[in-house]
Design a protein around this ligand. Sequence first.
Ligand code: GTP
Length: 239
Amino acid sequence: MRLPTMSGNFLLAPIPESSDYFLNKDIKVAVLGSRSVGKSAMIVRFLTKRFIGDYEPNTGNLYSRLVHVEGDQIFLQIQDTPGSIQEQENFVQVLDSLNRCLKWADAFLLVYSITDYSSYQSIRPLYQHIQEVQPDSKIPVIIVGNKGDLIHARQVETNNGIQLANELGSVFLEISTSENYQGVCDVFQYLCKEVSKLHSSSNGERRRSSIIPRPKSPNMQELKRRFKQALSSKVKTPT
Ligand SMILES: Nc1nc2c(ncn2[C@@H]2O[C@H](COP(=O)(O)OP(=O)(O)OP(=O)(O)O)[C@@H](O)[C@H]2O)c(=O)[nH]1
């Protein structure tokens, strides 16, 4: 049994200031789920292509990497979160960190293990908590059933995952981090594409609104007209 030690503040790496260079290309993903569902393994698999079986208990690392998605260069930050938040002694402090992470993220990856029914049950409350912290319903969320290779130990049917995702209005994938790199890649690529789409449509809105000329105040026009009139009447002073 692994008992994670927590720092209580798991945004460990500095988050760069956003700049024009990263406009549309700066994407932040938070990975959430119960303990030992394979969050760290999945992130490391995505970033290194390697499956590394054993990890120190997750204290919440922030990974940053330049990745390429459909020809775009993206500065991707992935926040791993501890899987046993409720068990922490400093629960309030940890929850505060979690909420800051939820506000920070552009997209969410919710992970359960198909071998652990309780990890599946934790997804709905997690999702609801995200909705409370970020009430913007457009935020991309993907639900992932991990450890798809452990069929003999299966406790969660694929249909359960599909149903839950349909109900919550998110996307669902069942994958095996250990056996299939492509599945892991699909998960992160999906989130990057969805966030990119959202970013470009909101920047488009901003651009459009900045080129629409501000309507002139009728009072100002009236004032200008009177001012001109007054000037011309001065010019036309009788000789
Ligand atoms: N068979 C199998 N094992 C996996 C898979 N993904 C992860 N694991 C194993 O599951 C265990 C837990 O993986 P972690 O990545 O540490 O899980 P975590 O969700 O980060 O765990 P916490 O630190 O408790 O939050 C490790 O022993 C991994 O090797 C998978 O797809 N298949």
